[in-house]
Design a protein. Structure first.
Length: 211
C-alpha cells in the first residue's frame, strides 16, 4: 500500500506585488484577487486560497452533494475544497474497482474495493489537507482541503490567479496551498486586512513548491 501523509508545517516566502482588489456585490463586500507563484516567480495555476477569521468560522455550513468521481483512473476533481463537516461521495465510474484511502491526520479512511457508489459518504469533520490515493492504482492521487471558512476558491487562470468573491471587510488569515507543495505541507498563512475599497496588493510565493 502506498502511504500518503497529511497536514504539516511549511516555510515559504511572501512578497508584495502588483494585484488588484476591487469592490463587489454592494457595501462591505470585496472581491479579493490573489496571484500564487513558486519561489522563482513562476505562476502556479490551480492553487487554493482561503480566508480565515473567527467571524468566518461561525458562518461555515457543510456543502450538499459534494463528490469526487473516479473516471479513467483519475480523481475528478483532483483538488476539492469543502467546508468542515461536508460529506463527500466517491462514485466509481470506471469498469475496474478502486480502493480509495487516506492516511492524512485530518481524515483517515478507507473505501475498500468497490464499484459504483459506496453506501456511505466520507465526512470531513476536521480542517486540513487530506491526500487521497488508490491502493490498486498508484498513479491516482487527489486532495481534499477541509476549511473553516466560506471564503475559498480554486484558481483556474494560467497566471496563478485566485479570485475570492463577496468577502466582508475585516481582518483575516490568508492561507494558500498548491498540490506541488511537499506531501504533508499545510497551507501557507499570512495576516490580511480586507477593507473598502480594498487592501494592499499581494503576491504569494510558495518557495517550497516543486517544479
Amino acid at each position: 500500500m502506498r502511504s500518503v501523509s497529511g497536514i504539516g508545517r511549511l516555510a515559504g516566502h511572501i512578497s508584495m506585488g502588483v494585484l488588484a482588489w476591487g469592490l463587489a456585490c454592494g457595501a462591505g463586500a470585496a472581491t479579493v484577487q490573489v496571484t500564487v507563484q513558486d519561489g522563482a516567480g513562476k505562476p502556479l495555476p490551480g492553487a487554493v486560497a482561503f480566508l480565515e477569521s473567527p467571524e468566518a468560522r461561525r458562518l461555515v455550513r457543510p456543502l450538499a452533494n459534494a463528490e469526487i468521481v473516479q473516471q479513467k483512473l483519475r480523481f475528478h476533481p483532483d483538488v476539492l475544497v469543502v467546508p468542515v463537516g461536508t460529506a463527500v461521495r466517491f462514485p466509481n465510474h470506471d469498469t475496474v474497482r478502486h480502493h480509495v484511502y487516506s492516511f492524512s491526520p485530518a481524515k483517515k479512511f478507507e473505501l475498500k474495493l468497490y464499484a459504483g457508489v459506496p453506501a456511505n459518504p466520507v465526512v470531513f469533520d476536521q480542517p486540513g489537507v487530506v491526500v487521497l490515493g488508490c491502493n490498486i492504482h498508484d498513479q491516482m492521487v487527489g486532495w481534499v482541503l477541509a476549511v473553516e471558512t466560506p471564503y475559498y476558491a480554486v484558481g483556474s487562470a494560467p497566471d496563478g490567479g485566485v479570485r475570492l468573491e463577496n468577502v466582508p471587510a475585516g481582518s483575516y488569515q490568508l492561507r494558500v496551498w498548491h498540490e506541488s507543495l511537499p506531501v504533508g505541507a499545510a497551507a501557507l498563512a499570512q495576516p490580511l486586512a480586507v477593507s473598502e475599497p480594498g487592501g494592499a496588493p499581494v503576491v504569494v510565493r510558495l518557495s517550497a513548491a516543486k517544479p
